[in-house]
Structures are given as structure tokens and as C-alpha cells.
Design a protein around this ligand. Structure first.
Ligand code: HEC
Length: 208
């Protein structure tokens, strides 16, 4: 009989603590938030970003990159310059796919659009990560680029520098330009500025 009481108390403790952790604490943290945020106006740029979000998902970037800045007590994300505050639920409300991720083989990308503002850098990095980040173990995404002939002697503004002299054409006079997928992906990366919007509840929750 005593065993039965012990087992019952064990179950009760398990369910009560998960109810507190999964229902009560989140509702204390987020219960006051509005589920309605102003919707971004439809635009060609927004369509491109949405397309880029799918390319990001489809190419497995999430396996090595997170998009969530932790509060200071869980690590040094702020010291790494990954965001000026922790991310909160509202930061993802405009997303079709919330790419939070769990692995940090590479840096957190929540604010990469703020940190690395140059599209040219992103193209070069995606094409061959070691060309911008020596020793990088990120896989090259060369298949997001294509070789094309130069039209009227003018290389494409986004053509990748080929070789150490920074020339944009190879020996055969071809240039390496981003495909529409790469352009969408970079538009998405440049749009990632999650902790730029001020969210007072995030500062409160992180105790700063
Ligand atoms: C196998 C793991 C891996 C995968 C998959 C991966 N990355 Fe990376 N990524 C890294 C590592 C490691 C770094 C740090 C070294 C560097 O800058 O290349 C990095 C760096 C970056 C950076 C620069 C971040 C900074 O703060 O300097 C960007 C942007 C980036 N990756 C985007 C992507 C995108 C977009 C994809 C998917 C198309 C992707 N990564 C897939 C491992 C990965």
C-alpha cells in the first residue's frame, strides 16, 4: 500500500512539474503578448525573402545554424555579438517557417542581416566558405551559382571574384553568377535582424 502512495506521489510530482513548466510559466512569460502584429506589406522583396526562407530550409542550413539568441544566464550570445537581447516568440511571427535550430556548428544567424550587410560577401561565402573564412568547415554551395558568358563586356554586378586577383571571369571568359535561388537565399539572410525591434518583455525576461 505504501508503494502505491509513493508511485502515486511520483506521478503527481511529474505531472505537476511539467504542467508548471509547460503551461503556467510560458503563460506568465508570453500570456500578455498580442497574437496580432502588423503584417508586413506585400512586396516583391517580401516574396523574395519568403522564397529564400524555403531555400534555407531545403538546403539544411538549420543543421548547423540556430536562429535564437539565448538569455545571458544560458551563455555568451551577447558577448559573441549574436544579438543585443534574447529572442522572444514575437520575433518569429512574420516567419512562414520558424528556423530555430538546435545545433551551433556555425554561428547563430538571428541577426546576420545586421552583422554582415554585404550581399557580395554572402555570395562569395556561400560559393566557397573558405574564400572568406579560412579553415571554414561549412560546405560550399557552388550549385547555387552558374557559369554564364559575359554580355557586352560587362560582368554581372554580383559575379563572384574568381582567383586571387579578384577577376570576375575565368580563362574562357565565363563569369560565375548567383542563381535565382542564391539571390533569394541572400535576400533572406539580409532580412534577418530579429533583435533590432525593441521588445521590452525580452529585456525584462533576460534581467537587463
Ligand atoms: C556543416 C555545417 C554547416 C552547414 C550545413 C551550413 N553552415 Fe553556415 N557556417 C558553418 C560554420 C562552421 C561557419 C563559420 C565559418 C564560416 O564563416 O564559414 C558558418 C558560417 C556561416 C555564415 C557567417 C556567419 C557569421 O556570423 O560570420 C553564414 C551567413 C552562413 N554560415 C550561412 C549558411 C547558410 C545560408 C547555409 C545553408 C545554405 C549554411 N550556412 C549551412 C557551418 C555550416
Amino acid at each position: 500500500m505504501n508503494h502505491f502512495r509513493l508511485i502515486f506521489l511520483g506521478f503527481l510530482a511529474t505531472f505537476t512539474s511539467s504542467w508548471l513548466g509547460l503551461v503556467i510559466l510560458p503563460s506568465l512569460h508570453y500570456g500578455q503578448m498580442s497574437a496580432e502584429l502588423p503584417k508586413p506589406a506585400p512586396s516583391a522583396e517580401l516574396d523574395l525573402v519568403r522564397r529564400g526562407e524555403q531555400i534555407y530550409a531545403g538546403n539544411g542550413c538549420i543543421y548547423c545554424h540556430t536562429q535564437q539568441v539565448r538569455s545571458p544566464e544560458f551563455g555568451s550570445d551577447a558577448a559573441r555579438n549574436w544579438g543585443r537581447r534574447r529572442t522572444v516568440a514575437e520575433d518569429y511571427m512574420g516567419d512562414r517557417l520558424a528556423m530555430l535550430g538546435t545545433m551551433r556548428t556555425g554561428p547563430d544567424l538571428s541577426n546576420i542581416g545586421q552583422r554582415m550587410k554585404s550581399a557580395a560577401w554572402h555570395y562569395q561565402h556561400l560559393h566557397l566558405p573558405t574564400s572568406t573564412s579560412p579553415g571554414s568547415i561549412m560546405p560550399p554551395y557552388g550549385f547555387l551559382f552558374e557559369l554564364k558568358p559575359v554580355v557586352d563586356g560587362k560582368p554581372d554586378a554580383d559575379a563572384i571574384p574568381l582567383g586571387p586577383d579578384g577577376g570576375r571571369t575565368n580563362a574562357n571568359g565565363m563569369q560565375c553568377v548567383p542563381t535565382p535561388e542564391a539571390r533569394a537565399l541572400v535576400a533572406y539572410l539580409l532580412s534577418l535582424k530579429r533583435t533590432q525591434a525593441s521588445r521590452p518583455e525580452a529585456l525584462e525576461a533576460s534581467g537587463s
